[in-house]
Write a protein that binds this ligand. Structure first.
Ligand code: PLP
Ligand code: COI
Length: 330
């Protein structure tokens, strides 16, 4: 299978904002946009995006997972980047239209169709370093995908990094700049200790990795940072916490320090995992901090991560009842 996110459908849905209004969304060839080299997004990073998935059930029907959450997050990101306001009903319809058009291309489980709504500031004005773009493009890309992590569900190695992933007030924004600012630490961690990902822990506060949220599971308790502006409010995180509550687990959304994490993670029975649309729920096997390696669960893989991942997949794949109303049939 091709690397995650490298294959696209031939068309996308596109809407343009100018003169204070949105154009009628249209189906266009995927390579049909052109930008002025002075476009706001290319200089001042006025860009945000979303990642959600559509799944094929065994009867052939196609279902989008928690679309409203992702639409709301793109609206919020757009607002925090001072991009034009995104109309929720319009974006929902754009997503439904493009997924319906390419329904035949949605892979069977464990594959899925990754949906990438994207919003960029297009005004050609390099003087607007401290002013918003008054025009923008909103488009919805599709990419059939398999596993995000090449090793499948192989436990990951995480390097704990003492610096922040991005500016503290921007972490909850799914913006391109946040990903760019995390690249150097990630590349260094790969080269230095063969880490798969970096877990950003500014001032000892365990936040998230470059592309997923972080969860510590200790027996019947699941612990993860409480929502604040400094990190992305993952839809998968929310879904996993909901499924954990459903099965009677104690869910603790609170501050988790590096000291507490390293102390509890190594105990027998402890598990750690990354949650995200691309990552689903992937086990973490090793934490690396200050040159020392910590084997999660004493090196013994637990079963809770795999069972929560399965519970999530069962709903997404139509094998378990969608009791929370998370699926939208296209
Ligand atoms: N944190 C970051 C930085 C991400 O890129 C992602 C992926 O989307 C997440 C967390 C998880 O968010 P979600 O579960 O909504 O995909
Ligand atoms: C997602 O899980 O949707 C993400 O945005 C992660 C990504 C960078 C592939």
């Amino acid at each position: 299978m091709a690397a995650f996110g490298t294959v696209f459908t031939a068309e996308m849905m596109l809407a343009e904002y100018s003169n204070n209004q949105w154009s009628e969304p249209a189906l266009v060839p995927v390579n049909s946009i052109s930008l002025h080299p002075g476009a706001h997004v290319l200089h001042y990073a006025s860009t945000c995006f979303e990642g959600l998935k559509a799944f094929r059930h065994s009867d052939g029907s196609i279902h989008i997972f928690r679309m409203d959450k992702n639409v709301a997050r793109l609206q919020q990101s757009s607002e925090l980047l001072a991009l034009p306001k995104v109309d929720a009903a319009m974006l929902r319809q754009m997503i439904l239209d493009i997924v319906k058009r390419y329904a035949a291309d949605v892979p069977n489980p464990p594959g899925s169709m990754y949906i990438r709504p994207t919003h960029i500031g297009t005004e050609a004005s390099i003087g607007k370093a401290a002013a918003p773009s008054l025009s923008s493009l909103l488009y919805v890309l599709l990419s059939p995908v398999g596993d995000y992590f090449a090793g499948g569900a192989k436990p990951l190695r995480l390097l704990l990094e003492d610096n922040a992933r991005c500016a503290p007030h921007m972490g909850m924004v799914k913006s391109g700049g946040n990903y760019a600012s995390a690249l150097q630490p990630i590349m260094k961690a790969r080269a230095a200790v063969q880490a798969d990902q970096v877990l950003f822990c500014p001032n000892g506060d365990v936040q998230e990795t470059g592309a997923a949220n972080f969860l510590l599971i200790d027996g019947n308790e699941i612990i993860t940072k409480a929502l604040d502006a400094s990190f992305l409010h993952g839809v998968t995180r929310d879904s996993i916490l909901t499924l954990a509550r459903d099965r009677g687990m104690k869910v603790s959304e609170r501050e988790l320090t590096v000291d507490e994490l390293l102390e509890r993670a190594v105990k027998p029975g402890a598990e750690a995992a990354l949650s995200g649309t691309a990552a689903v729920l992937t086990p973490v096997g090793t934490l690396i901090h200050n040159g020392q390696e910590y084997a999660v669960g004493g090196g013994v893989a637990g079963t809770t991560t795999a069972s929560l991942r399965q519970a999530l997949n069962d709903i997404q794949w139509g094998k378990a009842a969608d009791t929370h109303g998370w699926l939208t049939k296209v």
